[in-house]
Design a protein around this ligand. Structure first.
Ligand code: AG3
Length: 286
C-alpha cells in the first residue's frame, strides 16, 4: 500500500491522497485519506493509519486492510462469538495477533478470568493505542496480559492451556502463512483445555479458497470437529470472509449462552446460518 495521487482526470477524486489495497494485479479497493494519521515501518511490516470519510480510521499492515472503525464489528464479532458461546464455561482466552484490540474488546464482554493477547509487533500496539481507543481500554483491564512475542514461539514455550483460542492472523498467504500451517495448529491443539474451542480467520472466500482443500484435510485429521463458517466484511477482499471452528469436544450447534448485548452483526440466527456453505466450498471439502 502506498499512498498514490489519483491520475489526472479522475473527476472529483483528483488531487486527493488515495490508499488502495490491490486485491489482484488488476483490481482492488481504494480509500481517500482525509488525513494520514500514521505511516511508518516497524521491524516486521509497514503500518499505516488513515482517516476516511466512509469508514473512519483504517489500519493497514503491509498494504492490507486490517480493520476500520465503522466495519470492524463484522469480523471481530464473527471471530469471537461462535467459539465463546459454544464453550461450556470459558474462563481463559488466548488471542493470537489482534494487536488492534477489536477482538479483545469482544472477549472482555464475557465474565472471563484471563485473556492473553499475543502480538508479535510492539509498534502495532503503540499505533493502535493511539488511534483505536478500544485497545487502550482493553489493556487497562486487569484480566488482560499482553505478550509481545511470535505466536509460533509463544505457543511452543508456554505450558498454559486455554478454553478458547482465537487466531486473528493476517492473510493465509505471505508472511502470515505459518499461522495457517499444520505445525501451528498442532501446537494450538496442545494448548487447548479439554472442552477447548479454536476459532481462526481463514481468508477470503473468493480470493483464498485455493488454499482451503489442503488445510481442510489436515485440520479434519487433527480435530474431531473442523468446520468452516462465513461472514461478510465490507472492506476485506471479496467481501465474504471464512473462519474455522476447531474442537475435540465442542460443537458449533450446541450453544450454551447468549452473546453479550449490543452487538451489531452476530446473533443466534446468524450463528446457525454462518455454517451453511456454498457449493464452491463443498466441492472442495468432498
Ligand atoms: N486480521 C485479518 C485481516 C485480513 C485482511 N486481509 C486483507 N485485507 N487482505 C485482521 C486484524 C483485525 N483485528
Amino acid at each position: 500500500m502506498s499512498p498514490r495521487k489519483k491520475a489526472p482526470g479522475a473527476g472529483t477524486r483528483r488531487g486527493k491522497t488515495e490508499f488502495r489495497e490491490n486485491q489482484t494485479p488488476s483490481s482492488g479497493i481504494f480509500f481517500q485519506a482525509g488525513r494520514v494519521l500514521h505511516s511508518g515501518r516497524s521491524a516486521h511490516q509497514n503500518i499505516e493509519v488513515i482517516e476516511n470519510a466512509a469508514f473512519g480510521r483504517i489500519l493497514f499492515l503491509d498494504g492490507l486492510v486490517q480493520t476500520t472503525e465503522r466495519d470492524e464489528y463484522f469480523y471481530h464479532e464473527m471471530l469471537a462469538h461462535p467459539a465463546l458461546t459454544t464453550h461450556p464455561d470459558p474462563r481463559t482466552v488466548l488471542i493470537i495477533g489482534g494487536g488492534d484490540g477489536g477482538l479483545l474488546r469482544q472477549c472482555l464482554a464475557y465474565p472471563l478470568e484471563r485473556v492473553v493477547l499475543c502480538e508479535i509487533d510492539p509498534d502495532v500496539i503503540e499505533v493502535s493505542r493511539a488511534y483505536f481507543p478500544w485497545l487502550e481500554a482493553g489493556l487497562q483491564d486487569r484480566r488482560v496480559e499482553l505478550v509481545l512475542s511470535d505466536a509460533d514461539e509463544f505457543t511452543g514455550r508456554t505450558k498454559e492451556s486455554f478454553d478458547v483460542i482465537l487466531v486473528d492472523s493476517s492473510d493465509p498467504v505471505g508472511p502470515s502463512a505459518v499461522l495457517h500451517a499444520e505445525a501451528f495448529f498442532r501446537r494450538l491443539k496442545e494448548r487447548l483445555g479439554p472442552e477447548g474451542v479454536i476459532a481462526a480467520q481463514a481468508g477470503s472466500l473468493f480470493f483464498h479458497r485455493e488454499a482451503f482443500r489442503e488445510r481442510n484435510a489436515f485440520l479434519e485429521r487433527l480435530f474431531r470437529m473442523a468446520r468452516l463458517y462465513l461472514g461478510p466484511v465490507p472492506t476485506y477482499p471479496g467481501g465474504t470472509w471464512c473462519y474455522r471452528y476447531l474442537s475435540e469436544r465442542g460443537d458449533p450447534f450446541r450453544i450454551f449462552r447468549d452473546p453479550p448485548p449490543g452487538l451489531c452483526y452476530y446473533n443466534r440466527d446468524i450463528h446457525e446460518a454462518a455454517f451453511a456453505l456454498p457449493g464452491l466450498l463443498r466441492e472442495r471439502l468432498d
